[in-house]
Design a protein around this ligand. Structure first.
Ligand code: ACM
Ligand code: ZN
Length: 331
């Protein structure tokens, strides 16, 4: 991680977004909830290839997490290079590693395994229970303590609603809040928006603002949220129209898990050459001069589920990440 911070500093990249939790592993020590790393950072094996049509596991246990001391060390090292670290605790979806560690956090209460396959688990936080918010607040208190950044990224992407549709507690919450389906959003989307609003208000009490993936627009944007536009640029444009700040990281230009050569062996099939990254203009057509300040910047993402080695991370990053820097800093 420090090596990549060095590379970032050389190229004047000033923010490191650290995705620390997902369905396939919980990667940061939380003192109050030791099972998050004792259990949630480990999986029995990993699916071979994409595993979308046929599920075959390699049978090789995979584990790892950062201790709080290591996190502090990285944050301090980054700061010494002029880089701010923004942690992401992805909620209320992509939470299977936490739900597997503490089954009461899910809608069904069933014991699950940390996922060994990729994609999006249908198991999400049960937000009809107050205990879930108690858990989130306790986790976030430790995150606040570890990361001095103004922003905390709360994820919000890819949260399937099927458990909420069947969960008595979540349905009771929908009724209590008077949420209904209409042409703008479903009641379940509004329930996610309620969660985002609550987490935003909690973090605001501690002087922090939230960033969320563009799904947080669905069901209504939280008052002070910054939107990270990844499913194209539409979400970012909508957020700007509502007077919100935006970071652009659309998949078509900014996802470094995509192939760099058309014949690359990698299982993430889409092709994203250097020239395409370099052609991105984050102050998009349709954004006025007065609105341009809402574009905080752009970001390149390296999702590492198929990246097992340091050389592979470098292969995915270079030279595309340098194009991100130039796009950010030059006209
Ligand atoms: C994302 O790539 N799911 C934000
Ligand atoms: Zn529920």
């Amino acid at each position: 991680v420090k090596k990549y911070l060095d590379i970032m500093a050389i190229h004047k990249m000033n923010t490191f977004h650290w995705h620390l939790t997902d369905d396939q592993g919980w990667r940061i020590e939380i003192k109050k909830y030791p099972r998050l790393t004792e259990f949630g950072s480990k999986r029995k094996g990993t699916v071979l290839g994409k595993g979308w049509y046929e599920i075959v596991y390699d049978g090789i246990p995979y584990e790892g997490h950062y201790t709080q001391d290591q996190i502090r060390e990285v944050v301090a090292y980054a700061a010494s290079k002029g880089i701010e670290v923004i942690p992401e605790i992805d909620l209320p979806g992509h939470m299977l590693a936490a739900i597997a560690s503490y089954p009461e956090l899910g809608c069904t209460g069933k014991q699950h395994e940390v996922w060994g396959r990729w994609g999006v688990s249908p198991e999400v936080l049960c937000v009809g229970k107050e205990e879930t918010f108690e858990f989130l607040e306790n986790v976030l208190l430790e995150i606040i303590d570890l990361f001095p950044s103004k922003y905390i990224h709360i994820g919000g992407d890819e949260c399937p609603k099927i458990r909420w549709e069947e969960c008595p507690a979540c349905q009771a919450k929908i009724r209590e809040l008077g949420l209904v389906d209409d042409e703008e959003a479903t009641a379940a989307e509004r329930l996610q928006s309620y969660v985002t609003n609550r987490v935003e208000a909690f973090l605001a009490q501690h002087g922090k603002s939230i960033i969320g993936w563009d799904e947080i627009l669905e069901g209504g944007l939280a008052p002070d949220a910054t939107v990270m536009s990844w499913r194209g640029t539409e979400g970012g444009m909508k957020a700007i129209a509502q007077g919100h700040d935006v970071i652009f990281t659309p998949t078509q230009y900014c996802y470094f898990d995509y192939k760099q050569d058309e014949d690359q062996f990698k299982p993430v099939g889409k092709f994203l050459p250097l020239e395409k990254v370099y052609s991105f203009e984050p102050v998009l057509e349709g954004i006025s001069e007065e609105e341009a300040h809402h574009v905080l910047g752009l970001q390149g993402n390296l999702w590492t589920e198929h990246v097992l080695h340091d050389w592979h991370a470098e292969m995915q990053l270079y030279p595309r990440v340098f194009a991100i820097s130039e796009v950010g800093w030059t006209p």
